[in-house]
Write a protein that binds this ligand. Structure first.
Ligand SMILES: Nc1ncnc2c1ncn2[C@@H]1O[C@H](COP(=O)(O)OP(=O)(O)O)[C@@H](O)[C@H]1O
Ligand code: SF4
Ligand SMILES: [Mg+2]
Length: 325
């Protein structure tokens, strides 16, 4: 196992009280495997990723429980200096917005070369050559000519390729991509996704792909973790989830994907809004929005029930949900 997140809790101190952003999250990723993390905005996907990377805003954030086992050791007790060594070299992150993640006053070549100078002790000349090689590898046309250009001189899609190049420069064991294509238009999205999947296969990296778009994950993910109110509510191999969700929230997400054969019809939307994390509903946190909710759902918080070998669902009525799928 490359990464094993165990019973992770993260809170934020806010003006309205303690926001419980992550509430007992468990997930794992092996080398060469892609885990897609799904859920509406505010479900704790990014905060979990930031805790893994060691880049949480602390304060106001605080990790109040759990372990993050990476390559066999728990990262949470490590000193910042040790965390920094892991970051970049062993695990790297790709963000949604390349423009604010890249340095605007350094050429992309210098930013890429810096990785090799700092972490690998390369000469400037060799590092520059590596930068061009990487730009080629993420298929930026005319890499040799463009290596001296600045981030704003590239299109959104090309900038996202540069981010991917930065992330994979040191061939990390794990990449976390947080909504990597959300800001791009649809055709470019597919190309960037394809590139990411291809590089992951080549380098046998573990990939955590965070997205609110179930449409993009079907082709690239091995398994899915669905998050709601800071918890995993369903986790399963990707084909099992698409065939039949075992949680009403997953059902709702699947039904919200636009389908070509339903053109013109109104798109389904899950009713209501995600909960306020300073006051998460009692019982099952999804009950105010759930079409299947019964009395027990208001009072009893469902554990992650075992649906099959590799599948769990935090719903009292997972059997019925599966049956009606
Ligand atoms: N810097 C912060 N300060 C205060 N609260 C935060 C901060 N970052 C995240 N949160 C809280 O954590 C919740 C989950 O955020 P996040 O993980 O970013 O959601 P998403 O699933 O959209 O990635 C937010 O709704 C917010 O309540
Ligand atoms: S436990 Fe109840 S409220 Fe929660 S998802 Fe299942 S049916 Fe809906
Ligand atoms: Mg996010």
């Amino acid at each position: 196992m490359l990464l094993d997140v165990r019973d992770l809790y993260v809170e934020f101190r806010t003006r309205d009280g303690i926001a419980k952003a992550v509430n007992g999250v468990n997930y794992s990723v092996s080398a060469g495997e892609t885990l897609a993390v799904l859920g509406e905005s505010g479900s704790g996907k990014s905060v979990t990723a930031q805790a893994i990377m060691g880049i949480l805003d602390m304060p106001p954030g605080k990790i109040t429980g759990g372990e993050i086992i990476f390559q066999g050791r728990d990262l949470l007790p490590l000193k910042e200096e040790e965390r920094r060594k892991v970051r970049g070299a062993e695990m790297a992150m790709i963000f949604q917005d390349a423009l604010s993640s890249l340095n605007p006053v350094l050429s992309v070549g210098d930013q890429l070369a810096e990785m090799f100078i700092v972490h690998r002790g390369m000469s400037k000349k060799d590092a520059r050559a590596k930068a061009v090689e990487l730009m080629d590898r993420v298929r930026i046309p005319g890499a040799r000519e463009r290596v001296g250009q600045y981030p704003h001189q590239f299109s959104g899609g090309m900038r996202q390729r540069i981010m991917i190049a930065m992330a994979m420069a040191l061939e990390p064991a794990l990449i976390i991509a947080d909504e990597p294509t959300t800001a791009l238009d649809v055709t470019v999205q597919a190309q960037v996704m394809e590139l990411l999947a291809e590089l992951q296969r080549e380098l046998n990296m573990g990939l955590i792909l965070i997205t609110h778009d179930l449409g993009v994950v079907a082709d690239v993910a091995d398994k899915i973790a669905v998050m709601y109110a800071g918890r995993i509510v369903e986790t399963a191999p990707v084909h099992e989830i698409y065939k039949a969700p075992a949680h009403p929230y997953t059902r709702g997400l699947l039904d919200s994907i636009p389908r070509l054969d339903q053109k013109g019809q109104e798109l389904y939307a899950i009713k209501g809004l995600p909960p306020n994390l300073t006051a998460i509903p009692s019982g099952c946190p999804f009950h105010p929005r759930c079409p299947r909710a019964q009395d027990i759902c208001h009072t009893d918080d469902p554990p992650l029930f075992r649906v099959s070998e590799e599948r769990r669902s935090a719903c009292h009525f997972w059997k019925e949900t599966l049956r009606d799928a």
